[in-house]
Design a protein around this ligand. Structure first.
Ligand SMILES: [Zn+2]
Length: 291
């Protein structure tokens, strides 16, 4: 296949495990169909939860989670992984927000510039990142949303190349920008299950009516049922983030099945036309939009 017709997808995310829990089925599905799948992960998730002290300590969690991420990428078929090397900022209001290397302290322009450079190198038609809520308000998720949104707007423009070396990759405008999300109804069910199972999670205390996307605003639904097992296998790589033996095996089985077999996105660009049409392919109409 000619390089110019090669399809390519870039996911831009904040912590190890987003690539699996957020869009693992989608990445695996497109990788299996021959799409070049690349991933940017901005941090190593240094201040995430630790499911068992036998797996990691707070001082080596970043290194352990990088290994978990690399193993999951292999399973999903992610061909290129770019770590931006910022530090996990932790939840809002925690002391980790003030760490000098925390992602939330880096300027949006700096983070966007680094994403632009990778967009120009990878040259994807499709970019996937968080929505503006960051799923559930984590400052790193929101920072990556804004930086990626900015990067998408300028990656194709010559004028933003001024600080880049002349040998650097040429401008490239991806055709489509998507935000991975969960329909709000799913967050409601998820929180209900967390509370009834007595799972210790920040999600239990959050206002679910601010989380995810109102169901009617979801534009894109990807059937990943053929990749449910792959997604589960990748999820199992993230042992430090999993409570118990299996992947969400405490969830009601219908919700667990839905989580593993269906993924949801909102298309930011080109903007949806409205109406109730839901698309089922990220690469539909690629090439007819943008540059
Ligand atoms: Zn996260």
């Amino acid at each position: 296949m000619l390089k110019s017709s090669q399809r390519s997808l870039l996911a831009v995310l904040a912590h190890p495990d987003h690539e699996t829990f957020g869009c693992g089925g989608t990445l695996a599905k497109y990788a299996a169909s021959g799409v070049d799948v690349a991933l940017i992960c901005a941090t190593r998730g240094e201040v995430g939860e630790i499911s068992s002290s036998a797996l990691a300590t707070s001082s080596n969690l970043g290194r352990v989670r990088e290994e978990e991420l690399r193993a999951a990428c292999d399973i999903l078929g992610v061909r290129e992984l770019y770590l931006l090397g910022y530090r996990d900022s932790g939840m809002v209001g925690t002391p980790d927000n003030d760490h000098p290397e925390a992602l939330c302290r880096a300027s949006q322009g700096e983070v966007a510039g680094r994403i632009v450079e990778i967009i120009r190198k990878v040259r994807p038609q499709v970019v996937v990142t968080f929505d503006q809520t960051g799923g559930y308000g984590h400052p790193d998720h929101i920072a990556i949303h804004h930086a990626t949104h900015d990067a998408f707007r300028v990656a194709g423009s010559e004028s933003s190349s001024s600080q880049m070396s002349l040998d650097g990759p040429k401008p490239h405008q991806p055709s489509k920008l998507y935000y991975m999300t969960f329909p709000r109804s799913m967050f409601r069910e998820f929180q209900k299950a967390i509370v009834s199972e007595g799972i210790d999670s920040d999600l239990a205390k959050m206002d679910v009516e601010t989380m995810g996307t109102p169901d009617e605003e979801v534009t894109t639904v990807i059937d990943v049922s053929e990749f449910a097992e792959v997604k589960e296998k990748a999820a199992l790589c993230h042992r430090t983030q999993i409570q118990g033996e299996g992947v969400f095996d405490w969830l009601p089985s219908s919700l667990r099945q839905r989580f593993l077999s269906t993924e949801y996105l909102v298309r930011d660009y080109p903007p949806p036309k409205g109406g109730n049409d839901v698309e089922m392919d990220l690469f539909g109409a690629v090439g007819t939009f943008g540059a």
